[in-house]
Design a protein around this ligand. Structure first.
Ligand code: FUL
Length: 482
């Protein structure tokens, strides 16, 4: 009875401490649909359409629909490869700039229905969405607002056509997790650009697929990283300032790379690139599939730099993902499985220079539960965590995550390792955000110290430490301008 009373009193004290010390969000925070996207890492882009057969990247929209004729289309082969590679979803070019619809749209005459493929009775979206469901993948749609075929393009009527098309692809194929609006455009003969009804486009997506994130150069849910080579920058804020960027702005911009530190909008970055030089399949690129090192580098510079990795796998003229691409994908999977198999932080002991109380103890950063986190008091913006492995371990990689549900707070960090009884700095960085993977030279050490400086009290939900295979060397291409 006495024990019960004491427990009750202690519980009440804990509850009152917690409620007296609630954590407030800081700045812009992610929506539920954005959090679902943040919880992914890696997904597939599928560029497929007339360009696959005409061997060009941007079709003019005047190609005969009959050019689209895959001899052995098998979306299950795509889905299996994507699943085996460890990806979580697939986003297909339902309509690229040539206007050709991979589904029999009622609002176009440039579709699979007009092609000779399956006597005009085929529907690629149907087949891929079914294959995705079968293999446990999410299904997403790329739709190009720019349309080089549709007779109404450059008129206001086109906005209605596009919204109707959107409604078709978003209601006929089950759940859609992602809508990718491409920013490329052309100007009309009079020098004018099509005025897109972005508000209307967004309204259709929200109404038909409330959980889907919308990507464009500048959101509203996910932004472009500003290059197509698959590299996020060292500084990568999930926030963007209002009014500076808008969907369809087009072009490369360094601010898309970094985001804005004090942005009022939460618009995190997607890092996209193709496994080959082109977005569409070209036979002459069969031997130009990116090297394993390059893909590993892209992975660290996307998943490891507060973004997600959207890797394009263009099906060939058979309608299959080419064996060379699959081989490389699986090499990457093998590398990642090996690299991240043994987390040395899970057996380490941890302490912090300051803690907000038991509920936010530093153990929450290594408990393998993304919903719990270490936090400091509101006024403590600089703090350190020390991990003690109890004996020297050989390591070269740290994975660190903020509890972004309450905002992105960390503005710089450094990592030190114990060397001959002294802590020596081995790496430093700027932003963390949802996920930051920091590689450093392989060292043998018993203790790691992570020093954090934040804009509001830091909330760290996860820390992992690895020794990844030395096989990976940063390719020289990384030094090109992003
Ligand atoms: C660009 C397009 O022009 C390319 O063809 C490709 O679709 C890429 C993902 O986006 O803007």
């Amino acid at each position: 009875m006495r024990c019960l009373k004491i427990t009750l009193i202690l519980t009440l004290i804990t509850i009152s401490c917690v409620s007296n010390n609630p954590l407030e969000p800081y700045g812009a925070v992610p929506s539920k649909r954005q959090l679902i996207w943040h919880n992914m890492k890696y997904h597939a882009f599928i560029h497929f359409g007339p360009n696959t057969f005409t061997d060009i990247e941007w079709g003019h929209g005047d190609e005969s629909p009959d050019v689209f004729n895959p001899t052995g289309l098998d979306c299950r082969q795509w889905a299996k490869a994507i699943k085996d590679a460890g990806m979580e979803g697939a986003i297909i070019t339902a309509k690229h700039h040539d206007g050709f619809c991979l589904w029999p749209s009622a609002y176009s005459t440039h579709t699979v229905r007009e092609s000779q493929w399956r006597d005009g009775k085929g529907d690629v979206l149907q087949e891929l969405s079914e294959a995705c469901r079968e293999f446990g993948l999410k299904f997403g749609i790329y739709v190009s607002p720019w349309d080089r075929n549709h007779p109404t393009y450059f008129t206001d009527e086109y906005n209605t056509v596009f919204k109707n098309m959107l409604e078709e692809v978003l209601t006929n194929y089950g759940e859609v997790y992602y809508v990718f609006f491409d920013g490329a455009f052309s100007v009309g003969p009079d020098g004018k650009r099509q005025e897109y009804d972005w508000t209307g486009f967004t309204e259709v997506v929200r109404r038909c697929q409330p959980n889907a994130v919308i990507f464009s150069d500048a959101g509203p849910d996910v932004r472009w990283i500003g290059n197509e080579r698959g590299y996020a920058a060292e500084t990568n804020w999930c926030t963007m300032k209002k009014g500076l960027f808008y969907p369809g702005i087009g072009g490369v911009n360094d601010q898309l790379q970094t985001g804005h530190e004090d942005g009022e909008l939460w618009i995190p970055a997607e890092v996209n690139t193709s496994i080959r030089p082109g977005w569409f399949y070209h036979k002459q690129e069969d031997n130009k599939v990116k090297s394993l090192n390059r893909l590993i580098d892209n992975w660290y510079h996307s998943v490891g730099m507060n973004g997600n990795f959207l890797l394009n796998l263009p099906p060939d003229t058979r309608g299959l993902i080419h064996e060379n691409d699959i081989k490389r994908l699986m090499e990457l999977k093998t590398y990642l499985d090996e690299a991240f198999s043994l987390n040395l932080a899970s057996d380490a002991s941890a302490r912090a220079t300051q803690t907000r109380g038991k509920l936010f103890s530093v153990k929450k950063a290594i408990d393998d539960n993304p919903e719990t986190y270490w936090a400091t008091d509101d006024d403590v913006l600089n703090a350190s965590i020390e991990l003690d492995f109890s004996q020297p371990k050989t390591i070269n990689t740290l994975l660190i995550q903020e509890f972004i549900t309450l905002g992105q707070r960390v503005k710089s960090f450094s990592i030190e390792a114990l060397h001959e009884n002294k802590f020596v700095q081995i790496a430093a960085g700027v932003t963390i955000g949802n996920r930051r993977i920091v590689k450093f030279n392989t060292i043998l050490t018993q203790k790691l110290k992570i020093n954090i400086s934040a804009k509001a009290n830091p909330l760290i939900s996860n820390l992992e430490v690895y020794r990844v295979p030395e096989l990976y060397k940063e390719p020289t291409v990384q030094n090109e301008k992003l």
